[in-house]
Design a protein around this ligand. Structure first.
Ligand SMILES: *Cc1c(COP(=O)(O)O)cnc(C)c1O
Length: 456
């Protein structure tokens, strides 16, 4: 039997359009509100931060949005990404399940993030932007935007969450190799950063704080804009190339997923693999079960409140309705830095409210255990974030064994862990702790949610 089964498509099969799930929703997601007026934001409110092309994608109801040729040309370097059938893992698990994974680690930055970084850099350059400012957690997004900026001749400045800055020096080096400037956040370069440092000089940082710093810098100059690596509708949209390709590849495999599993930080890689399949379901196609997997230490979908909240800690962003742990919540410094965001993409949150997806949370050692089992069977070392999806998929496969049924399980292997080997060293050394979020801090952060009048 051929052990490695890889479903490859040539570059002519790179999707020509992204899929916009907003066209197929049974109910539209709640509006984004201006925190001053509590009225829906308009394009002009967002214009200081984003180019108009991306603002239009944010609110578009078109089902398909054409991928510009210069973006497809860059995608050709690593897309179509492979879809594998995990036969060896199936054997190790003695499961009748058919496990498939889409591997996004083949991009230059090693994750799914360049799918949107390249698109965002392109639209910003078209709008004459010279500099992009952003935040990064584990460094995956920062290095992806640094890569994209280098291709399109845009300067990139990255505020990197302090704990990851210290834990992951190689990611910082990668950003600098691509020509970006990387600053530990909270920093003394912004008012938001200085305010935090005044209260706690050794603050470990959070994505919420780093976003405040980046937004603050971007809003100061016309030729400088902000870029976000997850959460927003246009980011989720760009990631749908993952699911669209997977649909064609599963057709080659003559199969269709019963279950799709993805890990969720802000929700973008999950949306990327899931939305095209959910869209097909919403248009009358086959029903799938969808599982979002998040860390127990930062459980926005499973423990957060579905409420209007700010996207950042200093409250510089608009209000979006999402599952949130509160914008002042600082998750403990666990190793899946890319999953440490206090909120969840509004579209992913909305789908959970509609009952179209489910979510579950795992502690980090259970995820690393799954990641190691996966690496020993399939050869690829997953990123710590991706280990959450691996855990979820393995548990689905075990369920199949226990129930004696064969289901097709598809999961997104959103990145490799080559820059995260310190996390594996810590795991093997028994140093990884199963952190829980601080109940009191969560209660306090939730009590601080902005009060928003219910729409009439
Ligand atoms: C950034 C990142 C995540 C989390 O972000 P999402 O928007 O939820 O996808 C997960 N995995 C990897 C490898 C990442 O780089």
């Amino acid at each position: 039997m051929n052990d490695t089964v890889k479903y490859l498509l040539d570059e002519t099969r790179i999707p020509k359009a992204w899929y916009n799930i907003q066209a197929d929703l049974p109910r539209p997601a709640p509006a984004v509100l201006h925190p001053g007026t509590m009225k829906p934001v308009g394009p002009d409110d967002l214009a200081p931060l984003f180019p108009m092309a991306l603002i239009q994608q944010e609110v578009s109801l078109e089902r398909e949005i054409e991928i510009p040729d210069p973006v497809r040309d860059v995608y050709k370097q690593w897309r179509v990404t492979p879809l594998y059938r995990a036969r060896r893992l199936e054997r190790v698990l003695q499961t009748p399940a058919r496990i498939y994974y889409k591997y996004e680690g083949v991009s230059p930055a090693g994750s799914h993030k360049p799918n949107t970084a390249v698109a965002q850099a392109f639209y910003n350059r078209e709008a004459g932007v010279r500099k992009l400012v952003t935040e990064t957690g584990a460094g995956q997004w920062g290095s992806s935007l640094a890569f994209a900026g280098s291709l399109f001749g845009i300067d990139v400045q990255v505020f990197m969450v302090r704990v990851s800055y210290d834990q992951k020096p190689y990611r910082r080096a990668l950003m600098e190799t691509y020509g970006a400037r990387c600053v530990a956040s909270p920093s003394s370069e912004t008012q938001s950063g200085r305010d935090i440092l005044a209260k706690r000089a050794d603050h470990p940082g959070s994505l919420g704080i780093a976003i405040s710093e980046a937004v603050e810098v971007a809003a100061q100059r016309d030729d400088t804009k902000y870029a976000l690596g997850s959460v927003l509708n246009h980011v989720l949209l760009h990631q749908t190339v993952i699911g669209i390709e997977a649909q064609a590849q599963l057709e080659l495999a003559n199969d269709y997923p019963d279950v799709i599993v993805g890990c969720t930080g802000g929700g973008s890689n999950f949306a990327g693999i899931v939305f095209p399949f959910l869209g097909a379901q919403l248009r009358g196609g086959r029903k799938i079960r969808v599982v979002a997997v998040e860390p127990a230490a930062c459980p926005s979908l499973t423990r957060g409140k579905y409420a209007y909240d700010f996207g950042d800690t200093a409250h510089l962003t608009p209000l979006t309705k999402m599952h949130t742990l509160g914008s002042t919540f600082t998750p403990p410094g666990f190793h899946a830095g890319g999953l440490r965001y206090h909120g969840m993409a509004p579209l992913v949150s909305h789908l959970q409210e509609l009952g179209l997806i489910t979510s579950t949370a795992y502690h980090q050692t259970a995820c690393f255990e799954a990641g190691v089992q996966f690496a020993r069977a399939e050869g690829i070392v997953p990123a710590p974030e991706a280990n959450h999806a691996v855990r979820g998929a393995i548990d689905e496969a075990i369920k199949c064994r226990e129930e004696g049924v064969s289901r097709a399980i598809l999961f997104n292997l959103c990145g490799h862990g080559h820059f995260d080997m310190q996390a594996y060293i810590d795991y093997f050394g028994g140093k990884l702790k199963d952190l829980d979020y601080d109940q009191a801090e969560l209660a306090m952060a939730l009590a601080g949610l902005p009060s928003v009048p219910e729409p009439a």
